[in-house]
Design a binder for this molecule. Structure first.
Ligand SMILES: Nc1ncnc2c1ncn2[C@@H]1O[C@H](COP(=O)(O)OP(=O)(O)OP(=O)(O)O)[C@@H](O)[C@H]1O
Length: 765
């Protein structure tokens, strides 16, 4: 059914506005209501007691600030460790948007609430973070009314340079820019519709036009020979399909089926054989960097995006580096050097510090040099982008976010990887790539798996669902929502998506049917037994385990003994019987506005520790193991318990404990390990299974392991209220399958006393 473009875009804009408010409120309510120390220690959202130790100029005239923990308040290194483990106290990661500010003096957190948020200090992006050291790329420009920008030296970096040693802090903030880009994409789409300028591709994406069809014989002829002859039959079929289709093609890649491998072949065929120019995007930096890493070096490709966010391995193909090594680099470099020299002079402290009118004049020179630098650099960058057959960027980057290099560029094909993890509007942003007039690309290829988790949508997670509470509570007075253009029920009847968590990938499948999709069927990750149930439940029983993985077990790894824990592809530790009950955390009284309500299960923590201990003793490496759980409270307990275990061990043993990865299920999407231990947490008499009802979450969880899946859960609870037709049907059928599987699944009933005594061996009580 065709979507009304106006209603569709208006609904998206309303949903985005609600999400944006949610995002902003979460971060501002944290920052304004909680003292920095709590924000850092309990929430991991900040690093305290920093001093600026370096500054230089990066791409786009950004200032790259190096900050380090002040030695007097706990130098670098101290902040990295907790309880003898290796977990960082903060969750700041490369690519996060942060503010660098002077720390408020104690007791002034309340006062800070009144300070206009976003004015003090500078905003930037984390380039690198390593324990107590953090490098931030700072824009150092501020928007003036009317949309123009001005350099912001005095209030910005210069202001920070005057702050006493160890008195700066860096904290995570909401990334507003992504919303601005998505909203702009929707407005562009509205304009195109109003001017009757929608292209065939746009109309297909909106369901107004049907996709053009291709005859099977034409599809078969489209590839003369494959660059990678080792592709399997389903991968080759998907390549032919994607190349032959004139407008849209979806490559459906279940876990471990070689989506990236397939896309690399598609890209080579498009560029080398068909002579096309391609824009390659994905929702995350890692998704696109993975493609770039595997793209043959002789294909002219450039990575556009914030230099702070690139994987080190792809930096050689990033604009940042290319602009320094291209012919135009020399003249850009001259100004860069002059600028850096000048900045060094301005940063001098003590007696050498320039003051008064000389300082004003100094900053004027810096501003002029920056302007010159940007002009020269832009010329060099545009030349590089024009000369590239493949341009690689995140969806946000491709939509003009942060960079303007893609505006006006023409591409024949847009390729989106991990499309089922992207918001609809993000995809439109890339398809229209920042252009007011919309893109000229005639074709879109999306790879993804809509049967794994969709993108996280905060505003929708806030709605309490049965027994679940939101992770963060927004005060009702602040939680404004933007009204939908019509009531949701009416919109639904018109097929307009009323949720942001419906990715374009899924919507297109719903609109145009299976004819636009090709499934990859051979998987290269899981032992056949691990694959069997998710294949049946989600992929129509079509998955095949490749010979190289079909029978592989932990015991086949070098140095690993054959024990009862390394011998089976699936172990189900069924905690039924009431000895391992779940608990719930209470709201944190000290942090009003922040709910820490989540479920946890201390008994399961002991079983996790005891099981991992046995695996390590059997010779399995810590780096081959991950423990995952759906609940944040359980994850915190796991972190503490594994820290204790590492702390009470010595030498290599401690190192191995430290290498075991602990993660939420959602955070582990796209990853794999030889052995995955899942702590399901839920254990109650009423059969409440909360988060586990989401079958796609369970699909992600059970398809992460290569050689062994260890499930810890209460069979009675998980089966409890289950009904095949209910939302939680997946768990119900899965537990039934685990209990009845005749081969490969070892069901055990752990005893509480044994778990206690085994965990105590490594100091966990
Ligand atoms: N045709 C093939 N022959 C042999 N190995 C393959 C083939 N295709 C993929 N693989 C292997 O399978 C693994 C997964 O491949 P790839 O990273 O391309 O998959 P993906 O679908 O992108 O991964 P994910 O499921 O994590 O999204 C890799 O180790 C890759 O080398």
């Amino acid at each position: 059914m065709a979507l009304d473009p106006l209603l569709f875009t208006q609904t998206q804009l309303s949903l985005l506005a609600t999400e944006r408010t949610s995002d902003l409120l979460q971060s501002t309510s944290l920052i304004t209501s909680i003292p920095p120390a709590v924000l850092a220690k309990q929430h991991g959202l900040a690093i305290l007691n920093l001093s600026i130790i370096s500054q230089r100029t990066g791409l786009g005239g950004k200032i790259i600030l190096g900050l380090e923990k002040d030695a007097a308040t706990g130098g670098p290194g101290r902040a990295e460790k907790r309880g003898g483990g290796r977990w960082q106290e903060h969750t700041l990661r490369t690519g996060d948007v942060v503010r660098v500010e002077e720390m408020p003096t104690s007791g002034s957190a309340k006062k800070r609430e009144k300070v206009e948020f976003g004015r003090k200090g500078v905003q930037g992006v984390v380039v690198r973070v390593d324990g107590g050291r953090v490098v931030v790329a700072v824009e150092n420009r501020r928007s003036k009314p009317g949309g123009c920008e001005e350099d912001d030296d005095e209030g910005g970096v210069d202001g920070l340079l005057q702050v006493a040693s160890g008195r700066l802090w860096v904290f995570k903030v909401a990334n507003d820019a992504t919303f601005i880009r998505m909203e702009k994409a929707m407005v562009t789409l509205q304009n195109l519709h109003e001017k009757s300028s929608l292209s065939h591709l746009h109309r297909v994406l909106l369901g107004i036009d049907s996709p053009l069809t291709v005859s099977p014989s034409d599809e078969n002829k489209v590839v003369e020979s494959f660059f990678n002859e080792n592709l399997n039959a389903s991968q080759k079929s998907a390549v032919r399909f994607a190349l032959a289709r004139p407008d849209i093609a979806l490559i459906h890649g279940p876990p471990g089926t070689g989506k990236t491998q397939t896309l690399i072949e598609v890209l080579q065929q498009l560029v080398r054989v068909q002579g096309k120019r391609v824009l390659v995007c994905g929702p995350s930096n890692i998704s696109v960097d993975n493609i770039l890493l595997r793209l043959p070096p002789d294909i002219p490709a450039v990575r556009v995006g914030h230099p702070a966010r690139l994987l080190p391995e792809v930096v050689a193909r990033s604009l940042d580096v290319l602009v320094r090594t291209s012919e135009a680099a020399e003249i850009v470099d001259d100004v860069r050097k002059e600028l850096d020299e000048k900045l060094k002079v301005m940063a001098a402290t003590g007696k050498k510090r320039i003051r008064g009118s000389e300082r004003k004049e100094g900053w004027r020179e810096v501003r002029n040099l920056r302007g010159e630098y940007r002009r020269r650099e832009e010329g060099a960058v545009r030349g590089l982008v024009r000369g590239s057959k493949v341009v690689v960027a995140t969806l946000h980057g491709a939509s003009g976010g942060g960079e303007r290099w893609l505006r006006g560029e023409r591409f024949d094909v847009v390729v989106i990887d991990e499309g089922s993890q992207a918001l609809e509007a993000q995809c439109w942003g890339a398809i229209l790539h920042g252009s007011e007039m919309g893109s000229t690309a005639g074709k879109l290829i999306i790879a993804g798996d809509h049967l794994q988790l969709p993108p996280t949508v905060k505003s929708e997670n806030e709605k309490p669902k049965d027994d679940e509470k939101s992770a963060v509570k927004i005060p009702p007075s602040l939680a404004k929502t933007t009204p939908l253009p019509k009531p949701a029920t009416e919109l639904k009847k018109l097929n307009i998506p009323t949720t942001l968590s419906l990715p374009m990938f899924t919507r297109l499948l719903n609109t145009h049917g299976d004819g636009i999709r090709r499934l990859l069927t051979t998987q290269y990750r899981m032992h056949e037994t691990i694959m069997t149930f998710p294949s049946k439940a989600f992929y129509g029983g079509k998955l095949i385990a490749h010979d190289s993985v079909r029978g592989h077990l932990l015991q086949d790894l070098p140095g690993v003994e054959d024990t009862e824990d390394t011998h089976y592809p699936i172990i189900f530790l069924d905690t039924q019987g009431g000895d391992f009950p779940e608990s719930e955390t209470g709201a944190d009284a000290k942090s009003p506005g922040i709910a820490t309500e989540s479920k946890f299960n201390p008994g399961e923590i002991l079983i996790c520790v005891a099981h991992v201990r046995k695996l390590l003793l059997a010779g399995v490496k810590g780096s081959s193991i991950a423990v995952i759980t759906p609940y944040s409270a359980q994850l915190s307990l796991l972190v503490d318990a594994f820290s204790l275990a590492a702390g009470s061990s010595t030498g290599r043993e401690a190192e191995e404990w430290g290498k075991v990865e602990l993660s939420s299920i959602d955070g582990f999407q796209g990853r794999e390990k030889d052995v995955i231990v899942i702590s399901l947490v839920r254990s109650n008499e009423t059969g409440e299974i909360g988060f586990l009802r989401e079958g796609r979450r369970m699909n992600v969880a059970v398809t992460r392991p290569r050689r062994c899946l260890v499930v810890i859960g209460n069979g009675e609870t998980l089966r409890g209220r289950g009904d095949e037709l209910e939302e939680g049907g997946f768990v119900w059928r899965w537990i039934g399958w685990l209990e009845e599987a005749e081969v490969g699944v070892d069901v055990r009933y752990p005893s509480f006393e044994e778990a206690v005594s085994e965990a105590a061996e490594v100091g966990v009580r």
